[in-house]
Write a protein that binds this ligand. Structure first.
Ligand code: DGJ
Length: 739
């Protein structure tokens, strides 16, 4: 890994796998030259600046008919000075002009990676893990500077980028757009892949060709959202899971975002990624700075799966933090789907006791324990235990749970308030609400104004009292509505465009303070399931409740899509009751567990309602999970068969020493007279001979990867030949152990 600056004013960042090259153009702007597989370094790459005189080109620079911003590939472009594409940055002066001219001023190159104050970001534990280049650009007229920060990692095919805009002039300006990353690519021969959906159906894979004009995903809901995820991949048309050139782009941010690709008339593609410019307006007084979130670019020549593995490793090891980052996650039972709001302390203890008998390690008390929260109309904001339900408070219940030999976890929804709550009665102005307008309620709740430090302080105090006063080992942090009428009662009119971002900074601030003060607590983020499954949250909470839809079949698509960017260790996945509460589908218990075990694993039902034989099965599932959870959660993950392409899904994990692998195979509907089926495995050692736990046979890794693992049912379900138990929603786990 190195970062070189050549006399040709060219920067080359490279490691064993990737190169990123840009240069100072003759007008002082930065020109983008290359991002892709590693190439040899050289003094000068200026021949990669493609220019040609074109008819009707707007305003060439310095009378050079070939040199116009309209066609050049740039690094942090502006609009309105002859580039007509969407820009990376827009600064409005007091006279109303938004024209600027960012010109190279200086740069530094250093080992390591600086933190981004107040924002989640990838990090290093040793300065030898990465190098960082900081390039300062200056707009001479306003004195506004843009510090472009690029980090290249020694061990990951990834570049992290962010920008810090500083007003070093004498006049107040307004930042109307400050993208974290802009990348101009020299062609448009790509397909665009995004993760889209809605509540209960998050992160489904959508893939389509790039065409001239704009392609984009974004959120304007205040959260990264159920609907879109701050991740996209660009793939060459021949690229797939196992082969081809892929570029992954992810934004470490939990609020309104936008990622777009713009293909111009000459097939250049401009990628932009950052805070959604819609409604964004940040006032920068002289001396003030604005730091954008971090964007991460990953490159692979070996298809989507290889790109995902880079994200899994980088995000699992150098974005997630804290004591739980590398630890196998506790097997939990959550009471939500077992009781909803209808519980007493004794009922909770009954649920916990049965779970403990089966081997469950952590009991999580979900919504309904605080204030007057007997349904979802009241209580949010009042984070004291309801004495009618919990006579000895949270500490009394936690003690009883610990007495059973389990750990205790608790649900919060810190950012919300019900009108029927003491907090709201005391501070009606603490909510986001536009003066003179109706304030929409969602799930009967309003959104607290987390842009205000005193609101965040209040929640910090309330939560600290609970977490400090009881043995709480786990927190589930929920967020159950989108933000509307976004307006803060205390900010002046010309700062209202800052509220969405200040809100997220408030959320990050509360997370930072709580995780620092309670470092032993495992935090799981949640926003009605998957509305904030994003890299920003991963920095504070190493796992996230993946979706409120806990049906095993639905989860195949959700977990498969999520795995494009996020590691197995981050995906909250539970076995719930059958018929399932979201889709009313009945699925076998083993299939529910076989899906959930590729996640952080737990139960979301009352085990007292299971039959004795089902309870035995649960005990066996937990025994299995305890034995293999390190491998399942931290092994190298491969997608093998897509639920978006057929009736079967498969994925697998392989241990670092390649001696153990677990293959998950799932079939949605059974068929008569089925085809034979095989899975070509990945990541095994071709020379190791693996014992197959299902068939009892042994096979070399090369056979399993090239001929495949036979997954056809061992017995045909034709009546004359005898029956099998395999019907709809069948699944198997194959444990492969090298002999
Ligand atoms: C939404 C979450 O995703 C559920 O798991 C549960 O915690 C409910 N909220 C409680 O209100």
């Amino acid at each position: 890994m190195d970062i070189r600056y050549h006399s040709s004013k060219t920067f080359h960042l490279f490691n064993d796998e990737i190169s990123y090259i840009f240069t100072v153009l003759k007008n002082g702007h930065l020109g983008q030259l290359y991002f892709g597989a590693a190439i040899h370094d050289r003094e000068d790459f200026s021949h990669l600046i493609e220019m040609t005189p074109r008819a009707m080109t707007a305003c060439p620079y310095d009378q050079d008919p070939a040199f116009s911003l309209e066609h050049l590939r740039q690094e942090y472009p502006v609009y309105g000075t002859s580039d007509f594409r969407h820009p990376a940055v827009e600064v409005m002066q007091q006279n109303g002009s938004s024209i600027s001219e960012f010109v190279y001023e200086s740069h530094t190159i250093a080992s390591g990676k600086p933190n981004l104050p107040g924002l989640p970001a990838t990090y290093v534990e040793d300065d030898r893990e990465a190098m960082t280049l900081e390039v300062t650009l200056r707009d001479a007229l306003t004195g506004v500077t843009a510090l472009l920060r690029y980090t290249i990692f020694a061990d990951y095919a990834a570049i992290a980028r962010s920008v810090m805009i500083a007003n070093q002039g004498e006049e107040t300006v307004h930042l109307r757009r400050a993208m974290s990353l802009s990348l101009d690519l020299p062609d448009s021969d790509y397909e665009w892949l995004q993760l889209s959906g809605c509540w209960g159906r998050e992160r489904h894979i959508v893939r389509r060709p790039l065409t001239p004009g704009l392609t984009a995903v974004d959120s304007l809901r205040g959260s990264s959202s159920h609907e879109q995820n701050p991740f996209v991949a660009l793939l060459r048309p021949d690229a797939g899971e196992r082969q081809g050139e892929v570029l992954g782009l992810s934004l470490i941010y939990s609020g309104n975002f936008q990622i777009s690709a713009q293909v111009d008339a000459h097939q250049n593609t401009r990628l932009l990624c950052g805070i959604n410019p819609f409604g964004f307006d940040w006032k920068l007084e002289p001396g003030e700075r604005f730091q954008t979130p971090e964007a991460v670019l990953v490159y692979s020549q070996k298809g989507l799966n290889d790109m995902s593995q880079t994200f899994h490793q980088l995000y699992g090891r150098r974005l997630a933090r804290g004591e739980w980052r590398d630890r196998p996650r506790p097997i939990l039972i959550n009471n939500w789907e077992a009781t909803y709001f209808d519980f007493t302390e004794d009922r909770l203890i009954e649920i916990a006791t049965r779970a403990r008998d089966c081997g469950v390690e952590l009991f999580v008390l979900d919504d309904g324990w605080f204030g007057q929260r007997c349904n979802d109309h009241a209580g949010l904001g009042d984070w004291q235990a309801n004495p009618q339900r919990l006579a000895n408070g949270i500490s009394g219940l936690a003690q009883r749970i610990e007495g059973l030999g389990m750990k205790f976890g608790l649900w919060f929804e810190p950012e919300m308030v019900n009108e029927d709550s003491d907090l709201y009665r005391a501070h009606p102005d603490w909510v986001l609400r536009t003066p003179g307008r109706n304030a929409c309620v969602g799930r009967h709740q309003l959104v607290l104004d987390f842009s205000r430090p005193e609101v965040v302080d209040n929640l910090y105090q309330q939560m600290s009292v609970i977490l400090g006063g009881a043995k709480v080992s786990y927190v589930k942090w929920d967020m159950n509505r989108s933000i509307t009428e976004c307006y803060s009662a205390v900010l002046p009119p010309d700062r209202q465009g800052e509220v969405f971002h200040r809100y997220i900074l408030g959320v990050y601030n509360l997370y930072e303070r709580l995780t620092s003060r309670f470092p032993h607590v495992l935090f799981e983020s949640c926003a009605s399931g998957g509305a904030r499954f994003d890299p920003g949250m991963l920095y504070y909470a190493p796992q996230c409740w993946t979706s409120d839809d806990s049906d095993a079949v639905e989860r195949l698509k959700i977990q498969y899509g999520t795995s494009l960017c996020y590691p197995v260790s981050s995906m909250g996945a539970h076995v719930s009751v059958s018929p399932n509460h979201q889709v009313m589908r009945s699925t076998p218990l083993h299939t529910r567990a076989n899906v959930a075990c590729f996640g952080t694993f737990g139960y979301e039902l009352d085990l007292n309602k299971l039959t004795p034989s089902e309870l035995e099965e649960v005990k066996e599932q937990i025994r299995f999970m305890k034995e293999y959870r390190s491998l399942l959660q931290f092994g190298t993950f491969y997608r093998l068969k897509s639920p978006f392409e057929g009736n079967e899904t498969a994925w697998m994990v392989v241990s670092a020493d390649q001696k153990t692998a677990i293959v998950g195979w799932y079939r949605v509907l059974n068929q008569a007279n089925k085809d034979f089926s095989r899975l070509r495995l990945e990541g095994l050692n071709p020379d190791f001979c693996y014992q197959n736990s299902v068939t009892g046979t042994a096979h070399y890794g090369d056979e399993l990867m090239r001929c495949g693992l036979i997954t056809s049912d061992p017995v045909s379900p034709l009546s004359e030949l005898g029956r099998t138990d395999s019907g709809d929603f069948e699944s198997r786990l194959y444990i492969l152990k090298a002999k």
